[in-house]
Design a protein around this ligand. Structure first.
Ligand code: DAV
Length: 475
């Protein structure tokens, strides 16, 4: 039987159908609200203007992001892409950068050609529905001046096997964002209603009682000293999660506890997907965790004679205790190369690690940002085919190449990539009052520029031992 129109169990199965976000003309800057306080990155601009929360984004920003998202669609739909080295101006950074540029070829190169061409399959692309995000939205007891945008369907939607799941979200301004994907989700379901499931997680109340407003007043040092408490701006009173905090590895899914996903949300996923094994993950050095796809990116599974690979963020190593499962099952973690630049656009609320926000087209082929040469070389050495796209104008819109997509169909199955998990495996226990304090991370090495940067100046380069000593001293 051919697989269903909706099918995705992994991050790397051959990508057949994908939804790409849209930078709508009435996209807005995130408004301030209990789950969100934004800062302008450029100090001069920040002195001159307040965060423009709720205001429509500039037409220039929309135009540039629109062009980059359309180019991504064209590249995904193409079969042959020529990769060339270039030095040219990056329009967002406004300076010359070394790049690896991709040029779509209409025909396969002839056998004599010395072009470096990636030949891949065509991925069918759909786009989110154009929406006016500039209107105030309200629920009982709350109201925000605008919504946000639908550049990042990854945050709201996830395909879990044969099921389309829309996430709860935790920001009020993003409560209705799934509607930009709703028509598409319904049409996928209608094509195969006996096999495809389309479900929504319980809608949170978004009342003040869901949030811990004190979080925003903690200094960096306070956050660092409290890192072992894993307490963020959303409390545990209702389950919440963003879909982008989940990463899929066949029969197992891994969910990051974060600013946007609480224990209760992970517990809801655990009980609602009993055929999957749900594993919480913690990255104690990330003081503002939000979305696992700039932190922990499974690239390909173990095969006979070669370990599975996960790209990890060297500033945010995973816990030793949660990594052991991976190592026992023949997975290897590779430090991501440092970003090509640490510069961030003025209105971006994400880190420079959007550099590692890649999209796998298969376990052999990935799409990365065209300026990210350090990552390009790392992945080449690991024997990947690499397609590049310009994507920096998306950084102001909340994400990059993985964020701006929602993979609907991959050629993969519910395979067990962790065969040493016993049949008697029980999900992590997360009752009310559950507290998790582990901060022992895996050893941090210097491969590919890897270093662990603490926000505390006296320990500019940190170690697991440093964190342990802070724990022991009761901070
Ligand atoms: O590292 O700032 C950004 C993820 C955006 N969806 C980061 C994560």
């Amino acid at each position: 039987m051919p697989s269903s129109v909706v099918n995705a169990w992994t991050q790397w199965g051959r990508l057949e159908t994908v939804v790409v976000g849209r930078a709508d003309p009435l996209s807005c800057h995130l408004p301030s609200e209990p789950a969100n306080e934004c800062e302008i990155n450029d100090p001069d601009l920040a002195r001159a203007i307040a965060w423009p929360g709720g205001c429509v984004k500039s037409s220039h920003a929309v135009k540039m992001a629109t062009a980059q998202l359309q180019n991504l669609c064209d590249v995904l739909e193409a079969e042959h892409v020529e990769i060339t080295s270039k030095r040219s101006v990056d329009t967002e950074l406004k300076r010359e950068m070394d790049k690896k540029c991709s040029l779509i070829l209409q025909h396969p190169p002839d056998a004599q050609s010395d072009q470096r061409v990636v030949t891949k399959h065509r991925t069918v692309t759909f786009r989110t529905e154009e929406t006016d995000w500039s209107q105030r939205v309200s629920g009982p007891g709350w109201s925000v001046p605008s919504q946000y945008c639908a550049t990042c369907p990854r945050d709201t939607m996830i395909t879990m096997g044969d099921t389309i799941l829309s996430a709860t979200m935790s920001k009020r301004s993003r409560y209705f964002e799934y509607l930009a994907c709703h028509g598409l989700a319904l049409s996928f379901w209608r094509q195969d209603p006996c096999r495809v499931r389309y479900i929504a997680a319980p809608k949170p109340s978004m009342k003040d009682s869901m949030y811990s407003p004190g979080f925003w007043n903690w200094t960096k040092e306070e956050r660092f000293s409290r890192m072992r408490d894993y307490m963020f701006c959303v409390n545990e009173s209702e389950p919440v999660f963003d879909a982008a905090d989940i990463t899929r590895v066949g029969r197992d899914i891994f969910v990051q506890k974060s600013m946007t996903t609480n224990d209760s949300g992970i517990q809801w996923l655990t009980s609602s997907f009993p055929h999957l094994r749900v594993h919480p993950m913690h990255f104690p050095y990330d003081m503002h965790p939000s979305h696992i796809d700039c932190t922990f990116v499974p690239l390909r599974p173990p095969t006979a004679g070669s370990p599975g690979l996960v790209l990890i963020n060297p500033e945010r190593p995973p816990l030793q205790s949660e990594s052991a499962l991976w190592f026992r099952n023949d997975w290897k973690f590779v430090n991501c190369a440092n970003p090509a630049t640490w510069d961030r656009p003025a209105f971006s609320q994400s880190s420079a690690w959007l550099s590692m926000n890649l999209l796998s087209l298969s376990e052999k082929c990935v799409v990365i940002e065209e300026n990210e040469l350090p990552l390009f070389h790392l992945l080449s050495d690991l024997d990947f085919d690499i397609v590049t796209v310009p994507m920096r104008h998306m950084f102001d819109f909340g994400g990059a190449i993985h964020c701006c997509t929602w993979d609907v169909k991959r050629d993969d199955t519910c395979k067990d990539y962790f065969p040493d998990i016993a049949d008697s495996w029980q999900p992590a226990h997360m009752e009310p009052g559950y507290a998790f304090h582990d901060v022992d991370v895996i050893g941090v090495n210097l491969d590919h520029g890897g270093k662990l940067l603490n926000p505390v100046p006296i320990s500019a380069v940190g170690t697991a031992a440093r964190v342990a000593s802070l724990s022991a001293s009761g901070r």
